[in-house]
Ligand binder design. Structure first.
Ligand SMILES: Cc1ncc(COP(=O)(O)O)c(C=O)c1O
Length: 476
């Protein structure tokens, strides 16, 4: 805390003294370049910027100002980047555990973990060591050949899945590069199963659910029924139907003999941390089995021990286990990788040449994921996730008591949690960031908390305090 306070003080002093000077030693050439750019900027604040300076002085982490090194960097780079994201001002240059640092050397408690990605925290030392080791050994030789790590990861994923109590018949894995690709493979595999079961070609429909998010490639996007994401790219892939999440009564009409696959998140992340009821997933699985449809669980965000069990569905009876299970995000802790786990019913219908990828399953990604799966499948870590989730929930309950008009409900499990607000959370997100904490939104007016699974109780308390301060500020 003392270190953090001193960093904040340093950052604040520098911004007061002209908002252009980096306060601590940075060694990279890039920093040096931005220091010189920044130094070339006017250092006498204009009268208009005095108010800004005073405001900034009252904040631990004011967003970098227009004359900062960060702003200079963004001005230089942004024109060359396709504008698919709207980003806040800080430029992150370093991470360690649950913290990130920006170009002005401001420190942030990161409750986003790169959107449920950095489950072991930023720059886990062993992870960093393994990247270097494998980079010096073998990076890529293509899927045309065997390497030691694609198979080792596949085997470990199957073994740990079986041990977890989830997907009791997990048998084989297709390794790719991202969540969208993992779902894309799942959708293709479901179509192939449908073709094998019904060669007439009429068993091709894929069902997904409202508020789902399955990715941005055309197949996974077609299963993501959000007009904001789909409309600019219409028409979607044909043969996709949409149902209502947790609506058991509608399943018979929704999932029919024409259905080859049903894709569902046991917990919808982007959709606002909406949890599927056990009854719904059990009924859905039963309906899939009745019509011979493949059941696909997308655990890209909610899986990999984020709920305190390896898979969010691990507690369900075997009858509700999926035929296909997709994972990504935390599987690589920040290194791009995705995986599609299948049972024998699916695997035996996929033939050589049916699907492929140049980079998927490369030795670097797979060696890292092998280490990550070993760490995240640890029951002690999982018990910790449950305990930490309770710390968050207790804090949220106190905040709900304090701000009953603002906080409608708390949702989620373990360390995938949502605070349903009654208003747009954006001002709270901004106020939290300017107090040194990153949090993201989801769904409609939901604040989403998906921190590193290694976050400590003290860090959670720090986050709850900042959240309280941020909410308080937006009340006046
Ligand atoms: C549940 C779920 N599925 C799929 C995806 C897509 O993953 P990616 O962005 O790696 O393609 C995401 C990403 O947020 C996700 O949360």
């Amino acid at each position: 805390m003392a270190f953090r306070a001193s960093l904040r003080f340093a950052a604040k002093s520098s911004s007061i003294a002209g908002r252009t000077t980096m306060t601590t030693t940075t060694t990279t050439t890039q920093h040096a370049r931005f220091l010189s750019q920044a130094a070339a900027m006017p250092t006498t604040p204009s009268p208009a910027s005095h108010a800004q300076i005073q405001r900034d002085a009252s904040l631990p982490n004011p967003d970098p100002a227009a004359d900062s090194a960060s702003a200079a960097l963004v001005r230089e780079h942004a024109p060359f980047m396709v504008a698919t994201y709207s980003r806040p001002a800080p430029v992150f240059i370093k991470g360690e555990g649950s913290y990130l640092w920006d170009l002005e050397n401001r420190k942030y408690l990161d409750l986003t973990a790169g959107i449920a990605v950095n489950s072991l925290g930023h720059c886990d030392p062993e992870f960093a060591k393994l990247i270097a080791q494998q980079a010096q050994t073998l990076v890529h030789a293509s899927n045309l050949y065997y390497n030691p790590w694609t198979g080792a990861l596949s085997k470990l994923l199957v073994e740990k899945t079986l041990e977890s109590g989830g997907m009791h018949d997990a048998a084989a894995v297709f390794v790719c590069n991202s969540g969208s690709e993992a779902n894309e493979a799942g959708i293709k595999f479901a179509r192939k199963v449908g073709k094998v079961l019904d060669p007439s070609g009429s068993k091709t429909e894929i069902v997904s659910f409202r508020n789902a998010f399955h990715g941005r490639t055309m197949g996974s996007l077609s299963a993501t029924p959000n007009p904001k994401y789909q409309a600019p790219f219409a028409p979607m892939v044909p043969g996709f139907r949409v149902g209502r999440y947790n609506d058991i009564a509608a399943l018979d009409e929704l999932v029919t003999e024409k259905t080859c696959g049903v894709l569902v998140e046991p917990i919808q992340g982007e959709g606002g941390v909406q949890v599927a009821s056990d009854e719904f997933l059990i009924a859905l699985a039963e309906r899939c089995r009745a019509v011979g449809a493949v059941l696909l669980y997308d655990e890209i965000q909610c899986g990999m021990s984020r709920t305190g069990q390896l898979w969010a569905h691990s507690h369900l009876p075997a009858s509700a286990h999926p035929d296909i299970l997709t994972t990504a995000k935390a599987l690589g802790n920040g290194f791009p990788i995705g995986a599609t786990i299948v049972n024998a019913h699916v695997a035996e219908k996929i033939k050589v040449g049916d699907h492929g990828t140049t980079f998927g399953g490369n030795p670097v990604a797979c060696r890292l994921a092998h280490y990550i799966v070993s760490r995240l499948a640890d029951p002690a870590l999982q018990a910790d996730v449950v305990a930490k989730g309770k710390v968050f929930e207790a804090g949220f309950a106190a905040l709900k008591d304090k701000y009953p008009e603002l906080i409608a409900e708390t949702r989620g499990k373990g360390l995938i949690l949502g605070l349903q607000l009654t208003e747009d959370p954006t001002p709270i997100v901004t106020a939290a960031r300017e107090r040194g904490m990153l949090v993201i939104t989801a769904g409609t007016n939901t604040l989403r908390f998906v921190p590193s699974l290694t976050i400590t109780d003290a860090e959670i308390q720090e986050g709850l305090k900042i959240l309280d301060d941020a909410i308080q500020t937006t009340r006046v």
